[in-house]
Design a protein around this ligand. Structure first.
Ligand code: HEM
Length: 128
């Protein structure tokens, strides 16, 4: 539907496709794969639940898991600026592979995620 929340404009089916494609990229990314579990099923479920509420749809993450406390939840993982860029690159690639999401919605979603991603960075890049 036009004019509603980003969730309404994208819809749950396209959002689920996006999340699936995103983790397919994460699994193949040399910077990201080492810090993620091998089986990304549960991670993808949580991400879908989070994005549902984040985009103005049903607050599934809150309902099932409580407050996300995203920055604290990411602290056990070394999230460098390089990993932040890799995460966003995976999202950008997944968005381009998901034509069900229109260009305007894709741009808005990416911008919103980019704003959150900078706050997840919790470690410096180690010099080569
Ligand atoms: C979980 C990495 C950014 C939302 C995770 C996990 C890792 C991770 C390693 C744990 C996966 C698991 O154990 O299942 C990263 C990296 C990021 C990033 C490297 C780069 C900046 C983001 C952003 C969001 C986000 C921008 C939201 C917009 C989540 C959620 C979970 C999660 C909802 C599941 C939390 C839970 O276990 O309940 N992330 N993340 N992450 N991440 Fe990120």
């Amino acid at each position: 539907a036009e004019g509603g929340s980003l969730y309404d404009r994208i819809g749950p089916e396209a959002l689920a496709s996006l999340v699936r494609r995103f983790y397919a990229h994460v699994a193949r990314d040399p910077d990201l794969a080492p810090i993620f579990p091998e089986d990304l099923t549960h991670t993808a479920e949580k991400q879908f639940a989070f994005l549902s509420g984040f985009l103005g749809g049903p607050p599934l993450y809150h309902q099932h898991y409580g407050h996300p406390r995203l920055r604290a939840r990411h602290l056990p993982f070394e999230i460098t600026p390089t990993r932040g860029r890799a995460w966003l690159a995976c999202m950008n690639a997944a968005l381009r592979e998901t034509p069900e999401i229109g260009e305007a919605e894709a741009r808005e979603l990416y911008a919103a995620l980019a704003r959150v991603a900078v706050h997840m960075v919790n470690a410096p890049d180690t010099p080569a």
